[in-house]
Design a protein around this ligand. Structure first.
Ligand code: NAG
Length: 487
């Protein structure tokens, strides 16, 4: 069928000037111009490990936080243009205080120990010797580089309270992983730690954290101190509720009442639903945004979490995502599920630099070595460079496409993937009051999942009446920009 379409297209083209052949697309999606799935807040990354290792590099900051092209390892990388940065308040320090020092798992990965600012419990005064504001300078450097390049949404998050607040003094987790590790008399201290960093940043770092999240995957039972490889901490929902209350108080008392609390960065959509239902109305009223991670991948009740959050008037972010598939296939399929069912207003990747396919640029944070950008990098760029902050997310009418509308530029962005054999995808714009200009070029960019084209730009697609179409190879992602289109 595709061949016959090609033949017909060829004939249509050879006759030139005769009308563009009528749509013969194999599948069609009709975009819903009336829909509104929220105003897009942006795309982001967590800093933590990769930035604690490579945080002083300007080329990486250009690649991640601008949309300009940067040459890197013999490749030209189109910048991802991320505007959201999640900064990880460390939990580790190497000092000894009153004969006590941090317990370290024998399996701890060095690059995953993030230096914390509050060294001991002698004083909560940030200008005392109990605090050291010069630690973790590389991660902080990347924070500044991101800001200087236009990043505008900053979140402060914690993987574990400072080691000395923990029952076993081990910031990788409790002994069994499934029980709380924060000492009950330190619920307030953890809140003081987070609020003090937020305040210090506002006063000394030149920007405000929009949000603070004191937890990371708190329901998980895998944060085991004795065998852990990274910082982590289990919190029962009731403990979370207490810490949220303390954090609100500590932020407010420092003049940060406009700094919101996000929670709870659970690993799975279903855990986020359970935690939401268990936090209690008092704590929940202090949570302005639900953050959830994407590690349940294709499973989980995304829609349930969406309705809980929107029903309670809370924002919802997919605040952490990662997997080891360097082809980009899982990234696209899970992101499409997020847009369709979770409907977040921001989407944040975990570690842009990492090994084993986890990064979008291959890297070894311990060996401090950098490899090349993988196909997932370009797949991600298909989304982040075009669906921009402030755009209105639309219902693209199918489970293989995402759409966003820029009202001031009168521009429609569509990102779509073809999972089937090579075929034409047809985009029906008939629900728009002005469906673009007949005959106008629809610019497109394409990336082949796995290997092949990488963000290849073309201007060979045109609007024909109230629709346009393009050929997709199997597993190809394409982004389109339609100009002069009105909802
Ligand atoms: C220091 O350790 C001793 C012995 O464990 C304890 O009694 C004392 O309260 C500790 N002092 C501080 C300031 O923590």
């Amino acid at each position: 069928m595709v061949d016959s379409i090609l033949t017909r297209l060829a004939i249509g083209l050879s006759l030139t000037l005769v009308a563009i052949p009528t749509a013969n697309a194999d599948i069609t999606t009709t975009l819903d111009a009336k829909s509104n799935l929220g105003a897009w807040e942006g795309w982001g990354t967590s800093l933590a490990w990769w930035a604690a290792t490579f945080g002083t590099r300007d080329d990486l900051a250009d690649i991640f936080f601008t949309t300009k092209s940067t040459s890197f390892k013999g490749q030209t990388l189109p910048g991802l243009g991320l505007n959201i940065v999640r900064y990880n308040a460390g939990a580790s320090s190497s000092n000894t205080y009153n004969g006590t020092k941090m317990a370290v798992s024998s399996k701890m990965i060095k690059s995953r120990q993030i230096e914390g600012y509050w060294l001991d419990w002698a004083s909560s005064n940030p200008s005392s010797n109990s605090w050291k504001w010069t630690v973790d300078s590389a991660q902080r450097n990347m924070l500044w580089k991101a800001r200087d390049r236009g990043a505008d949404l900053f979140e402060l998050f914690s993987n574990s309270p400072m080691w000395w607040m923990c029952k076993n003094h081990n910031p990788a987790g409790s002994d069994d992983g499934s029980s709380d590790n924060l000492q009950s008399w330190n619920y307030n201290a953890h809140a003081v730690y987070m609020a003090t960093i937020a305040k210090y940043a506002a006063d000394n770092w030149g920007f405000k954290f929009q949000s603070v999240n004191p937890f990371n995957e708190p329901t998980a039972d895998w944060w085991k101190g004795p065998t852990g490889t990274q910082e982590g901490c289990h919190f029962e929902a009731s403990t979370q509720a207490s810490v949220i209350g303390e954090l609100r108080k500590e932020l407010d008392s420092r003049g940060l009442s406009s700094t919101i609390i996000s929670a709870s960065d659970e690993s799975y959509y279903d855990q986020a639903v359970t935690t939401f239902n268990k936090l209690g109305s008092t704590a929940l009223s202090k949570v302005a945004r639900i953050n959830v991670h994407g590690y349940q991948y294709a499973k989980g009740a995304r829609d349930k979490l969406h309705s809980l959050a929107s029903g309670a008037g809370k924002k919802l972010w997919q605040s952490e995502y990662g997997e080891n598939d360097a082809t980009g296939e899982r990234l696209v399929s899970n992101m499409l599920l997020d847009f369709k069912w979770l409907k977040p207003t921001a989407w944040v990747y975990w570690q842009l630099l990492d090994g084993g396919g986890w990064g979008v640029i291959d890297a070894d944070n311990d060996a401090k070595s950098l490899g090349a950008a993988n196909q997932k990098y370009f797949v991600l760029a298909q989304f982040t460079r075009h669906v921009r902050p402030g755009m209105r997310i639309l219902d693209a009418g199918s489970d293989y496409a995402v759409a966003a509308y820029d009202a001031s530029a009168k521009k429609l962005v569509i990102v779509a993937v073809n999972w089937g054999s090579a075929q034409y995808l047809n985009f029906d714009l008939s629900k728009f009051s002005t469906p673009g200009v007949d005959g106008a070029v629809v610019k497109r960019w394409s990336t082949q999942i796995g290997s092949g084209s990488r963000y290849a730009e073309a201007s060979d697609t045109k609007i024909s009446g109230k629709r346009f179409w393009a050929k997709f190879d199997k597993n190809m992602v394409q982004t389109f920009e339609v100009a002069n289109i009105v909802l």
